[in-house]
Design a protein around this ligand. Structure first.
Ligand SMILES: NC(=O)c1ccc[n+]([C@@H]2O[C@H](COP(=O)([O-])OP(=O)(O)OC[C@H]3O[C@@H](n4cnc5c(N)ncnc54)[C@H](OP(=O)(O)O)[C@@H]3O)[C@@H](O)[C@H]2O)c1
Length: 469
């Protein structure tokens, strides 16, 4: 059966994969991609959105939730109505968006390989039964949003201390009082499924937060290279958009404890690795380490590899941080107070926090190239009234874009309001130096080397990925 978008030309079809789409920021990203796609793309273009979840029932609920949102946008958006003119038909707007879904558990490597095989070689359906058995020809954007926190609660004494030292806004943006759980190693049976006992080679252990937040996505993107790579330079380059956090400092990652099993907070450590691999993939000092990853035999006929981008949603109230409901509402109120006090990093609501990711997914390539967007960690900023926009975030050891310039030159940039670089800086942020910039690139290389070592070891143990080619 022909798909509803079969008549559209290839460049009018836009395929997006979104992980962790059933909750929080992920659901917000799905909703925002729908709205911005309809508002900005041509009236003959089609969006094929593939949210991933961890179960068929979550996939079904997510597709239904996104479809309800789609219908609401199509019938109430004044922007769409003025675009469509007097003959505007909400149904014809809604008919340009198609939602399918697959399941993947990023802490189960078999599930990652299975999901990738389904996307690359198999067929994908909508769990509510509207569309079945679709072959996906390519992915224009893979949005890696899924993640876990790995905290047990708050250190109230630490909160009081930080509050009196640096104030509410800084404490609500860069909290040093979250109690991190020791990083659990994932049971091999979960990583491997039923075949755990049959392995001849014992693969390295993997910690849960590290695997959910970085390594699972790292393996998934590698397996999806046939859909994300291109054979011709006139085709739209595939984008892999990694989700980080504003607070992923240098001190959170230790190369002697890469998966943060023995000391560092696992969440912040995993996000520091995300920043390092996302921002350094193409740097001269890293290319040798990253080249084998992009040179997958499965995508050998497609020399143009996807671009990596890094984003974060700012601070958003979601189930990521485990809080009893009464504390959750206190936390929610404190985040709004931080925004009213002038914090640029408090969108608070998932739909608003989704702004930077949706922008990176949909912006035209010329704009991204002009901004050298792959050298920047793009966060969602919000004004007091909740107007959101993508904003450059400062990265420890990289600055705003890896350029070592003097503070005087930085002031000449023409951003205003919350978009100014001075707005939302961490209280102890330091100017970038040449030495730190060199160290950042070198740390990027070390991350790539370690991730490649783990990927290769797991592929060899499982007979999957490049080892199966
Ligand atoms: N909230 C914030 O303020 C904030 C700030 C900075 C960055 N972020 C980042 O934003 C992303 C989304 O977080 P959120 O706040 O929206 O949290 P959330 O509401 O808890 O959503 C997390 C999503 O990830 C999925 N997930 C967790 N473990 C997974 C696994 N092993 N395999 C596949 N999917 C898995 C969850 O699925 P289940 O429902 O099945 O568990 C859920 O869909 C994360 O990467 C987070 O680090 C959030």
């Amino acid at each position: 059966m022909a798909t509803p978008w079969a008549e559209a030309e290839s460049h009018e079809q836009f395929f997006v994969l979104l992980t962790g789409a059933n909750s929080g920021v992920g659901l917000g990203i799905g909703q925002r991609i729908i709205d911005e796609f309809l508002a900005s793309r041509s009236l003959s273009s089609h969006l094929i959105l593939i949210p991933t979840t961890r179960s068929v029932s979550k996939s079904r609920d997510t597709v239904l939730a996104l479809r309800t949102h789609l219908q609401e946008t199509a019938s109430t958006s004044t922007q769409l109505q003025s675009r469509g003119g007097s003959g505007y038909d909400p149904q014809s707007a809604a008919s340009r968006v198609h939602i399918l879904s697959i399941q993947v558990d990023l802490c189960n490597l078999r599930s990652i390989y299975d999901a990738a095989k389904q996307l690359v070689h198999g067929k994908v359906s909508d769990p509510t039964g509207l569309i079945s058995d679709v072959k996906i020809p390519r992915l224009d954007a893979a949005l890696f949003n899924a993640g876990i926190g790995g905290w047990s609660g708050l250190d109230w004494f630490g909160f009081a201390k930080q509050f009196f030292q640096v104030g509410l806004v800084q404490s609500c943006t860069f909290p040093a009082f979250k109690k991190a759980l020791p990083a659990a190693v994932i049971d091999q049976r979960k990583l491997l499924g039923d075949s755990a006992a049959d392995l001849k080679i014992q693969p390295p252990e993997l910690a849960e937060v590290f695997t959910a937040n970085v390594f699972g996505h790292y393996v998934l993107a590698h397996e999806l290279l046939p859909l994300l790579s291109r054979s011709r330079s006139d085709e739209l380059v595939g984008r892999v958009i990694w989700t980080s956090t504003i607070d992923a400092s240098h001190e959170h990652l230790s190369f002697s404890d890469f998966q943060a099993r023995h000391g560092n907070p696992p969440y912040e450590s995993s996000k520091r690795i995300t920043d390092l691999i996302g921002l350094t993939a193409n740097l001269p000092g890293v290319q040798k380490a990253s080249a084998p990853y992009f040179a997958s035999p499965a995508a050998a006929d497609k020399p143009i590899k996807p671009r990596f981008y890094v984003t974060h949603p700012g601070v958003v109230c979601t189930p990521l941080f485990p809080l009893p409901w009464i504390l959750f509402w206190g936390y929610y109120a404190a985040m709004y107070v931080a925004r009213w006090l002038g914090s640029p990093w408090h969108p608070v609501e998932p739909y608003l926090g989704a702004c930077a990711t949706a922008w990176l997914a949909l912006a035209d390539q010329q704009t991204l190239d002009h901004l050298r967007a792959d050298r920047v960690k793009w966060g969602t900023s919000a004004t007091r009234t909740g107007h959101v926009a993508p904003k450059k975030s400062e990265v420890d050891g990289w600055g705003w874009d890896g350029d070592v310039t003097t503070p005087g030159e930085k002031e000449h940039e023409n951003e205003v309001g919350v978009l100014q670089k001075s707005s939302g800086r961490k209280w102890d942020a330091q100017e970038l130096t040449k030495e730190k910039r060199v160290e950042f690139e070198d740390d990027g290389r070390k991350c790539w080397e370690e991730l490649e070592r783990l990927r290769t070891a797991w592929e060899n143990a499982l007979g999957e990925g490049d080892a199966a080619k």
